[in-house]
Design a protein around this ligand. Structure first.
Ligand code: AMP
Ligand code: GLY
Length: 424
């Protein structure tokens, strides 16, 4: 079959790598893709939000199956548009992607169906939010309701900071329309785990766990980013945690969406916090995490197209997911200055080192092919993933591989996976 992937980051490169391995796939396209994806797929220069052009392209190329990787087109309804054109598409429809698209919606859903999460209130007006802060306990967490590139969450230690935060979200509109509504919620402490799952509307299949590092600098300092590195599995995701989540979170979420008339098909990403009082949901995403996908997918043994088709067809109960009994670590190579300001267009050398190395991957995020060669074209440039028999070995391998690649303003965190030293 002919497959089209929509997106152009490290996540889509990791998906493309899996799709390419499927025996069912004869031709792979990606829009817009990037310089790395272009080595395994034919890339079309169409933006992920150019729905009419994407549908026209899919028809022209007689695409059998579309995979939407990114949040914006999912929340905007690209799956619905493709389906209206008769094209089978993997990902939630607009009415289900709201699970990620509106934090107020997801909080109300969790409350209604008793899914463990932080206590909260939703606000449509800055005045009401400010009044609420008068008696609220600090620290407190402010969240813009809509999509904000993973940046719409403010953790405020004092009432003054929280007042500034509400103004920044609702009055100054620093996150645009995402801040027309907001959630104010209880501050929780604990370790974070990312759990990705495939869902077919009724059945849910959990993938192996992972952990992201969201802050820009070592020691979890600096600004929030899209993610600076990941490891999988998380040793903190114990059997006890798994059992709890299976009982109170995973199926409960799928059933809640179905009961609301919004059956969810695609990937649900559960951002969990392991608190003293048990696991709680920090957030839902309606897609693979990035860079979580870059450590989870290389360990998956299944044919990804078979799994994705089962999600679309509602036959996921026939599928068991299988993961390798090893570990993977991904270190993101970014442009120095990310996530604020950084230079692009720096020539990247050493990429060919990955071609002959089993268990090592160089996923492209922000790269571009030019006459001078492949150059940097974004904040997060590459995801360097390596496997190992265990997490420590995988981490050593990943850091070794980061040395194979160079570009002028290369920046990375040096402590990805450091927390695994706390367990044995
Ligand atoms: P989110 O985009 O909702 O995942 O939030 C981004 C990050 O903010 C999370 O990964 C957490 O580190 C932090 N965060 C979000 N909500 C809370 C909360 N209620 N308590 C503590 N930290 C939070
Ligand atoms: N790595 C977090 C995310 O994809 O949202």
């Amino acid at each position: 079959m002919k497959v089209l992937i929509v997106g152009g980051g490290g996540r889509e490169h990791a998906i493309a790598m899996c799709v390419k391995k499927s025996e069912k796939v004869e031709k792979l396209y990606c829009a817009p893709g990037n310089a790395g994806i272009a080595q395994i797929a034919e890339c079309a220069p169409i933006g992920a939000m150019e729905f009419d052009k994407l549908v026209a392209f899919a028809k022209e190329k007689e695409i059998d199956f579309v995979i939407v990787g990114m949040d914006d087109p999912l929340v905007g309804g690209l799956v619905d548009k493709m389906e209206e054109a008769g094209i089978r598409t993997f990902g939630p429809r607009k009415n289900a992607a709201i699970l990620e698209g509106s934090k107020a919606f997801s909080k109300d859903l969790m409350k209604k169906y008793n899914i463990p999460t932080a206590a909260y209130e939703n606000f449509d007006s800055a005045d009401e939010a400010l009044a609420y802060l008068e008696t609220a306990k600090m620290p407190i967490v402010l969240k813009a309701d809509g999509l904000a590139l993973g940046k719409g969450v403010l953790i405020c230690n004092t009432k003054e900071e929280a007042i500034e935060g509400v103004k920044s979200i609702m009055l100054d509109k620093n996150f645009g329309d995402a801040g027309n509504r907001m959630v104010i919620e209880e501050f929780m402490t604990g370790r974070e785990v990312s759990v990705l799952s495939f869902v077919d509307g009724k059945t849910i299949r959990i993938m192996t766990s992972a952990q992201d590092h969201k802050r820009a600098k070592d020691g979890d300092k600096g600004l929030n980013t899209g993610g600076m590195g990941t490891f999988s599995p998380s040793p903190f995701y114990t059997e006890e945690v798994d059992e709890f989540c299976k009982k109170y979170i995973y199926q409960a979420t799928v059933d809640a969406m179905a009961a609301e008339g919004r059956p969810f098909k695609g990937v649900i990403f559960f951002g969990l916090m392991l608190t003293e009082n048990g696991p709680k949901v920090l957030e839902y995403n309606a897609r693979f995490g990035d860079p979580e996908a870059q450590v989870v997918l290389p360990r998956m043994k299944n044919d990804i197209i078979e799994v994705m088709e089962a999600c679309v067809d509602g036959t996921l109960d026939n599928i068991e997911l299988e993961f390798e009994d090893n570990a993977a670590v991904c270190v993101v190579l970014a442009s120095d200055g990310y996530p604020v300001s950084y230079e692009k267009g720096k020539v990247i050398s050493g990429l060919e080192a990955f071609e002959k190395q089993d268990g090592y991957y160089c996923f492209h995020a922000g790269t571009k092919q030019t006459e001078a060669g492949i150059v940097t074209n974004g904040g997060r440039v590459l995801g360097i993933t390596a496997k190992g028999d265990n997490l420590k070995e995988a981490r050593a391998n990943a850091y070794k591989a980061t040395e194979w690649v160079s570009f002028e303003n290369k920046y990375m965190r040096n402590d990805i996976g450091k927390s695994i030293d706390e367990v044995n």
